[in-house]
Design a protein around this ligand. Sequence first.
Ligand SMILES: Cc1cc2nc3c(=O)[nH]c(=O)nc-3n(C[C@H](O)[C@H](O)[C@H](O)COP(=O)(O)O)c2cc1C
Length: 154
Amino acid sequence: MNILVIYDSYFGNTERIALAIKDSISEKNHVTIKKISDFIDKDLAGIELIVIGSPTRAFRPTEAISKFLKKIDVKKYKWIAFDTGVNPDLINAKFLKFMVKIFGYAVSNMAKIIKKSGGRMLLEPETFFVIGNEGPLVKGEIDRFHKWLKKVNL
Ligand SMILES: Cc1cc2nc3c(=O)[nH]c(=O)nc-3n(C[C@H](O)[C@H](O)[C@H](O)COP(=O)(O)O)c2cc1C
């Protein structure tokens, strides 16, 4: 399958998952990986599946990822979506913990747009947790990521 892995990342955590996805699926597929700032329309030529990843910023995807989802014809593709964010169980500040639980993560927003626009999700959207605001990824998250990705046969 022709797959585009597209992601945004400030501190490298979302990028780490995106690169792990590329490594996991490259054997049987033709995979292009692009940071959103490097994306050009031509990258979508022949693409069947888009894997999209964003850090959670103020409960939402980054502006560049949101713009990308608005700009392209979402229903033409199959989708896998993930994000990174903080685990509410690891947050000390009560108010922030409450906000994270209520407002959720970037991936819920991405999945909502994708489904509403007629895109087909191949996997349940998933969040991978970082330590503090900037990471690194919480221990065990790369293993959890591999288990998650195995649910779809790529
Ligand atoms: C300005 C800012 C806002 C953030 N907002 C949230 C948030 O709403 N929810 C959350 O879980 N994490 C939030 N975080 C933590 C980010 O999700 C974390 O930096 C990100 O997962 C790291 O991914 P990256 O290394 O790919 O940039 C925020 C971090 C920053 C710096």
